[in-house]
Design a binder for this molecule. Structure first.
Ligand code: F6P
Length: 343
């Protein structure tokens, strides 16, 4: 059996560990032949691939990024729910001699996987994204690393903020889900955490910031890139390769507004891609490795159309269709839990 590994979407710490886990189990234990496409579907279209064996994945677990490269190129035109033309895709798959695919990616990638599955193409999904917004799995690898980096940024901003009696606003990623902001904010003891799921008014944010000053402290406000003030639009700059708004910049809009309405000097920091780069945490390496192992086992069993999901402490194969179509956003209860202590 010959399997093609494809990485797609933004990189996420732990992708290398996932490939290593899949190769060590799939190639070494099960005798499956594996190849990796360079730069995701771009390499698939252009015939850029390389064999994956034990030496190819030596020592890569602690490395950030993904050694194969990734892109947001799509394997075919069309979207879920519409008829898609897979003639060229099938031709290439046959030319590469592939019996199936392992897809390492987030929402967009697993949606592609679900479409391929609907058309009878053998595929197994490995969920990754720092955003942690994939349904049907408790956590995606990359998320823990992003949260750790963001929490460290909060700790650092806090000491400079306190020294100058300033309000510090930290913007983190996450697209339409506030998981990174929520977890980093909780870990860092932020006084205000603003999530895409729950718009707030500027007056309310300023009340919180003033309340913190009244207690003799300086505010640390964590804002998710997808947050918007009540009645306002999300801040975006153009669109990405998938036609989605390119989010970012909300902290720079919010900071002067807070300064004006609260009278407290305020600074903005956009953490950006720092939170996606560098060494994965041990948690992400373990989760990614176990995901790769489970995916290789699923391939051997012919358990196609599934995704290796974390359920509690176990990795379970769940239908790809159950993971896509709906974002896993922060539930109301999780927001209420922190909001009661804002200010
Ligand atoms: O989906 C992962 C993510 O890091 C989002 O949190 C962010 O909005 C986006 O990718 C950034 O994408 P790019 O790397 O294309 O700027």
């Amino acid at each position: 059996m010959r399997i093609g590994i494809v990485c797609s979407g933004g990189d996420s710490p732990g992708m290398n560990a996932a490939i290593r886990g899949a190769v060590l189990r799939g190639v070494e234990v099960h005798g499956i032949e594996m190849i990796g496409f360079e730069d995701g579907w771009e390499g698939f279209h252009q015939g850029r691939l390389r064999p994956l064996d034990r030496p190819a994945v030596r020592g890569i677990s602690p490395l950030g990024g993904v050694f194969l490269g990734t892109s947001r190129v799509q394997p075919f035109a069309g979207r879920r729910g519409e008829p898609v033309d897979l003639a060229e895709f099938r031709e290439r798959t046959a030319a590469y001699g592939l019996d199936g695919f392992m897809l390492i990616g987030g929402n967009g990638t697993q949606t592609v996987g679900a479409i391929l599955d609907e058309y009878g193409i053998p595929v197994v999904g490995l969920p990754k994204t720092i955003d942690n917004d994939l349904d049907a799995t408790d956590y995606t690898f990359g998320f823990d690393t992003a949260v750790s980096i963001a929490a460290e940024a909060i700790d650092r901003l806090r000491t400079t903020g306190e020294s100058h009696r300033r309000c510090m606003v930290l913007e983190v990623m996450g697209r339409d889900a506030g998981w990174i902001a929520l977890h980093a904010g909780m870990a860092g003891g932020a006084q205000v955490i603003l999530l895409p799921e729950y718009p707030e008014t500027l007056e309310q944010v300023c009340d919180w910031v003033r309340g913190v000053r009244a207690r003799g402290r300086s505010s640390l406000v964590v804002v998710a890139e997808g947050f918007r003030l009540s009645g306002e639009q999300t801040i975006a700059d153009g669109i990405d390769e998938l036609g989605r708004p390119r989010l970012g910049g909300v902290a720079e809009v919010l900071a002067p507004l807070i300064e004006r309405c609260s009278g407290i000097e305020t600074r903005a920091t956009v953490l950006g891609h720092v939170q996606r780069g560098g060494t994965p945490t041990a948690f992400d390496r373990v989760l990614a490795t176990r995901t790769g192992i489970a995916a290789a086992d699923a391939v051997l069993r012919g358990d196609w159309g599934t995704m290796a999901a974390l359920r509690g402490t176990e990795i379970e194969m769940v239908p790809l269709a159950s993971a896509v179509g709906r974002l896993k956003t922060v539930p109301e209860g999780r927001y209420a839990e922190v909001r009661l202590n804002f200010g």
